[in-house]
Write a protein that binds this ligand. Structure first.
Ligand SMILES: [Zn+2]
Length: 149
């Protein structure tokens, strides 16, 4: 078995490992985040936007002291579904906002619309419109353009 991996650091010292492999990635996704480990399908190895989307999830992992993935999965309890969906919505909008920073201007509107559709359809969340996702992703995009975070 062979795989390629790369290391980077968040805030200069928190390690993030990016592994290029088709394993452990759910169907329909190009990459997947497991805390400080990200897995990217080899065919997207040059997709800086996707890689940075997943790295943004690693930042979410670190800044919540490891709780972000737990927040995301609390929806298995019906009474926490709303809370969990709000977290997933926020985390994904932020990650897609980051991803948008790597999209060229001709594709920008198309990508913003596509990412908004992804947020409301691919993560099993309910109660959010494409318009809401669009607004939220754009808000994060503008924040990232002002300063990295
Ligand atoms: Zn994501």
């Amino acid at each position: 078995m062979s795989f390629k991996a790369s290391f980077s650091f968040i805030y200069g010292f928190l390690p993030v490992i990016t592994i290029f492999s088709n394993k452990f990635i759910p169907k329909g996704f190009g990459g997947y985040n497991y805390g400080f480990i990200n897995i990217i399908r080899p065919k997207y190895k040059d997709d800086k936007g996707l890689i940075n989307h997943e790295i943004q999830h690693s930042k979410q992992f670190y800044r919540t002291f490891g709780l972000a993935p737990i927040f995301r999965s609390l929806g298995i309890f019906p009474f926490l579904k709303k809370f969990s969906d709000r977290k997933i919505f926020n985390y994904e909008c932020e990650a897609y906002g980051k991803q948008l920073c790597f999209i060229d201007s001709e594709s920008f509107n198309w990508a913003l619309k596509l990412f908004s559709q992804f947020v409301v359809t691919k993560y099993g969340i309910v109660g959010y419109s494409i318009e809401e996702a669009k607004e939220e992703i754009f808000k994060h995009y503008e924040r990232f353009k002002r300063k990295d975070g």
